[in-house]
Design a protein around this ligand. Structure first.
Ligand SMILES: *Cc1c(COP(=O)(O)O)cnc(C)c1O
Length: 364
């Protein structure tokens, strides 16, 4: 049905929606004839699912006429053992973005404030505004790292949640343990501090914060983790929070009932069972990252440190030209306006092709 065929519409929707970006579907990977296209725009794991994970999903598919286990009991139990935390401290959701939205919804009334660094994960301002809260964005420093002192200074009596993204998406550096402890000492203990560790498995910076250790010491800290990146289950939508009992209970209350589907539940358990195989894959992605980072440095690029599965090119007004140069050779990358371009570490051939583009483009 074409748009003209529809009657004029007078339904009243929330004003905040006008401020949110329309959903833009990611561009499908395209390449010149005879060239393989690679999608390096969503920080996905380049490896396909493990055979053991596929088998678990295949078996569970025979019962999809039934609702999933609403309490996600088996996965919660398995996570509790793997992380050595009480099961009541784990709350699952349909990806850690959904869990984050639940945290913000649970903590914020209209007009409350959510403080986070910028640039950071694009979902943050959206999640805050959808909850009726006000996003308070604190610029990164010259090394593309969080300015935690400035973030602490931005806290008011309306602040209910602070988001700390480590490593920071899209720029790459991890927050250090000592700086986060200093920061937490300045945050009122009734403000929730979310430590978003979506890329924790890729971190090799020895000074990087260890979210769970911090969580154990601070009742207001929530750690977010996901199966979408290192575990390679982005398409199934499952993530979780580790939170102290009242916060974990609040996250469960704000969940969509039966959100985490049965295939996601069994795939996540099978992935935890296959952690050695998955760790090997993570190691090879880290090795590829190190190869790319070293080659870029050799080419003369001055880029922020990355502890994630992507590299950030802070190219300002040249961002569009750079992302165009990547796409021209079949590399789909993520451009952030005139800030920069984020490129996911992908298949070895894709990474090598990226290095050809960066060489030709000229180091910045
Ligand atoms: C990818 C990502 C997530 C996880 O998203 P899912 O909803 O679990 O797929 C969370 N936080 C950040 C910063 C991310 O980049």
């Amino acid at each position: 049905m074409s748009d003209e065929a529809l009657s004029p519409n007078r339904v009243r929707l929330r004003e905040v929606l006008a401020q949110l970006p329309d959903y833009k579907p990611g561009k499908p990977a395209t390449a010149p004839p005879g060239v393989t296209a690679y999608k390096l725009s969503s920080n996905e794991n380049p490896y396909g699912p493990l055979p053991s994970v596929l088998k678990a999903v295949d078996e569970a598919a025979t019962t999809i006429n039934r609702y999933p286990d609403m309490a996600v009991s088996a996965l919660t139990q398995r996570l509790a053992e793997a992380l050595d935390v009480p099961a009541e401290c784990i709350a699952t959701g349909t990806g850690s973005v959904a869990v984050l939205a639940q945290v913000v919804q649970a903590a914020c009334d209209a007009g409350d404030e959510v403080v986070f660094a910028w640039r950071s994960f694009e979902a943050y301002p959206i999640v805050a505004q959808l909850a009726g809260a006000k996003p308070i964005m604190v610029g990164l420093d010259a090394d593309a790292r969080h300015r935690l002192d400035a973030m602490a200074a931005a806290i008011t009596d309306r602040t209910r949640v602070v988001l700390v993204c480590t490593p920071n998406n899209p720029t790459g550096p991890a927050v250090h343990g000592d700086e986060l402890e200093r920061f937490l000492a300045r945050v009122p203990d009734d403000v929730v501090v979310v430590v978003d560790e979506a890329y924790v498995e890729f971190v090799r910076d020895p000074e990087a914060v260890k979210g769970l250790e911090v969580w154990r010491k601070h009742p207001n800290v929530v750690v977010l983790r996901t199966f979408s990146k290192a575990y390679g289950l982005a398409g199934l939508r499952v993530g979780f929070a580790v939170a102290h009992p009242p916060v974990a209970a609040a996250i469960r209350k704000t969940a969509t009932p039966f959100g985490v589907n049965s295939l996601a539940q069994v795939a996540a358990i099978a992935s935890l069972d296959a952690v050695d195989e998955l760790t090997e894959r993570v190691e090879s992605i880290v090795a590829e990252r190190d190869r790319v980072v070293q080659a870029l440095a050799d080419q003369g690029w001055k880029l922020p440190r990355t502890d994630a599965n992507f590299v950030w090119f802070p190219l300002g007004e040249q961002s569009s030209a750079f992302s165009g140069a990547c796409e021209a050779v079949g590399l789909m990358v993520r451009q952030y306006g005139d800030d920069g371009v984020r490129v996911t570490i992908g298949e070895s051939e894709a990474n090598t092709r990226l290095l050809e583009v960066t060489e030709k483009f000229g180091a910045r």
